[in-house]
Design a protein around this ligand. Sequence first.
Ligand code: SAH
Length: 566
Amino acid sequence: MAGMNKAPAIIMLGQGSLATAQRIQQCYPQAVIHGLQGRVDSADRYYAVFGDTLRALYQQDTPIIALCAAGIVIRTLAPLLSEKGVEPPVLAVAEDGSAVVPLLGGLGGVNVMARELGEALGVNAAITTSGELRFGTCLLNPPEGYALADLEQGKRFVSDLLAGETVRVEGDAPWLDLAQLPASDNAQRTIHVGCARRPAKRDELLIHARCVVVAIAVGEADLLQQVRDSLQAAGIAEPALACLLASEVEMAEPSLHEAAQALNVALRFAPAAESLQQMLGAVLPQARIESVGGLAVAIAAAPVEVEQLGHRRGRLAVIGLGPGAAELMVPAVKTELARAQDVLGYETYVRMAGPFRADQVLHCTDNREEMQRARHAFELAAQGRSVVVVSSGDPGVFAMAAAVLEALHESSDPAWQRVELQILPGVSASLATAAQAGAPLGHDFCVMSLSDNLKPWSIIEQRLDLAAQADLVLAFYNPISKARPHQLGQALEVVRRHRKAHTPVVLGRDIGRPGQTLRVVTLGELLPAMVDMRTMVLVGSSTTCTFPRVEGGEWVYTPRWYPVKP
Ligand code: SAH
């Protein structure tokens, strides 16, 4: 369904609309219930500010089902309305489910959603679109697999029909079988469905069926131009192009992806064959195949089901969740989690990354199995899946990104090399802790893990000694654990050789998570018992200082300057 390729957001302002929200979620199992923090306690996600949340969802093209007055939604989105061409469906639904009002997104399928919701809630949808009321379908919003040639001409066409003109359908338009069109065999007006390249006639609603696939390969020529030229030579309209197909050997070639992106179609892959024509014939045996301008063009009898054609390039994203709080997760990571088919990681972090939809597969593993997890991620992505590996904080800081790259570096499997790999950053624990304390990392600093799981303790002691001597602020990850209770004491002994007892130390525990604590002590007071494996330790340099803050406690900062030695 057009407009619904993204899971809808159900917005709750109060607990009173929970029953309605849940009935809507049964209708759209992928929908995410967003509840106002402090007012709602059984949502999938929580938001603090209604207006910002609604506007952000709208701008991200997310279908919105708001369980509140239509007026509130209109006022909230009003500033964005004039800027936007395409928009997601936006509906207001009465708290008690007694009214469904489609507000925006006529071309995004809002009326289709309104009908579906009306049916689910047992009420009539408040549909006001004349064409839709009269014909039972929005002629300007053909279903997936079809594309309207010209929206403005289409609007004129619908007004003509509303004014009493009759219509006849040329070509295959199965979705119109159920519509109540003023049909007549000798009508002047026609709805033409096809893939031929020609201008729309004056009295025609031209709809392109996306039944064409072009097979491409890397070469000297400008691919985009080559595809356009082949379509032209074959007499095919560009919107009839369903997708591009290439050999899986060329899966990682940027020029192929650029061409698909420029044409706004998917790029699918098939096993290499002797010729492009053969490769295309193997995945579309029923289609007519022509060789044009060095490429192969397949014309099928009906719209091509792109998701069923060959397979797509797999994707592996290593993401950082930030310290824990949802607001500290970067938007790119949220988007990545929404598109993931498989999610791998240490169970605590996978849970932190949720909630997930029923169709997303979670692979929770123990914290120590990093290399195995990285290899598993590549195996899944090499099958064409969208895979996410989660880390807390930043994935490149004592976390999964390096393990994933090591697995790739060691592998000779060409299918692994072709996976689209991306690392998405997060707010690391040292930065999140520092921000709460003030600016202890305001000057040069050094980041270390005190765990000797993967490096000898002697190296840790040597680095501590040198970093402390260099007067760098020190940020300690993995400061202590049950398996190594005595090492932090040893580490602090090394640091104390170079730092005065009054040096400020920041201890951040579970920062950005429920029950977080922040403590500022001095190096002289610091005891290993104040620290556990969920704590971040920031040890100041000779210039790090503190002063009281009005709310209580103190600010800690390290000035940007450094005194000149006499
Ligand atoms: N990739 C993570 C670090 C993983 S190492 C990041 O960038 O933050 C795990 C160590 O990070 C823990 O032992 C602890 O020292 C620190 N840590 C992780 N999350 C934390 C949090 N929310 N609050 C305080 N320390 C945290």
